[in-house]
Design a protein around this ligand. Structure first.
Ligand SMILES: [Zn+2]
Length: 235
């Protein structure tokens, strides 16, 4: 399989996992991956369909200015989240914007994410929050503001809206979305009873973070999530 065919297949698979994980919020989420060999272009899910309805026929090709250069489907108005992050982060190959329930609930608390579980260790101290608006991101300037808030991290919480997740691969972006949603849910549930102030040493949290960020482990877990989603969806 060519690198381009593989990237398009991974985009379809990422959509299946994101829907199966419950991150769909009807048709509102989107996912993209850079075109192999052409870093100024990216493949992206179109508007008006669910994460699980991406096909070879409806994938759009969009350039770094946010213009559609391939495909006929309607593009998401929020494509500038993707184009502007790709513009300033050459290390990033894939981007997801989704509305996971617990991630949004957590974003509305104004609390910092704590290392209450391993996912929390991944994002503790690495989770900037975008607060300029809870509305859609509809132009380059707003997309650039989200990208600036993201900085050099992988995730930016968009308060009372969702998350933008950037990864070195689709596998990384998808797995990080799952880990963030779990960490947010755990902190919400633990906070409901009350946190006692206990904390592991910061150097232990940082060391765990290093272990969890291995590319091969992202791919292993992504491939499993794809198999699991396909089984559940009887594909
Ligand atoms: Zn959104």
């Amino acid at each position: 399989m060519s690198a381009i065919a593989h990237a398009r297949q991974e985009l379809i698979h990422a959509g299946l996992v994101l829907e199966h994980q419950g991150f769909g919020d009807m048709t509102r989420g989107h996912v993209s991956v850079r075109v192999p060999g052409n870093p100024a272009h990216f493949f992206m899910k179109p508007h008006s369909i669910g994460f699980d309805e991406i096909t070879e026929e409806n994938i759009l090709t969009i350039d770094i200015e946010g213009e559609v250069v391939g495909g006929t489907a309607r593009p998401h108005s929020e494509r500038y989240i993707h184009s502007e992050i790709f513009r300033v982060r050459p290390d990033i190959q894939a981007i997801i914007h989704a509305h996971p329930l617990h991630t949004i609930a957590f974003s509305a608390t104004g609390q910092a994410l704590r290392p209450l579980n391993q996912g929390g260790a991944m994002f503790s101290g690495h989770l900037p929050v975008f607060v300029e608006t809870m509305d859609l991101i509809r132009n380059k300037a707003q997309g650039a503001a989200v990208a600036a808030c993201l900085g050099q991290d992988n995730a930016v919480l968009m308060r009372s809206h969702g998350v933008a997740m950037a990864g070195g691969s689709l596998a990384e972006a998808v797995v990080l979305c799952v880990m963030l949603e779990e960490a947010a849910r755990i902190q919400l549930q633990a906070s409901a009873i009350g946190l006692d102030g206990f904390a592991f040493p910061p150097e232990d949290v940082a060391a765990l973070r290093q272990k969890l960020t291995r590319p091969d482990q992202y791919q292993v877990n992504f491939d499993y999530l794809v198999r699991k989603a396909k089984r559940a969806m009887r594909l």
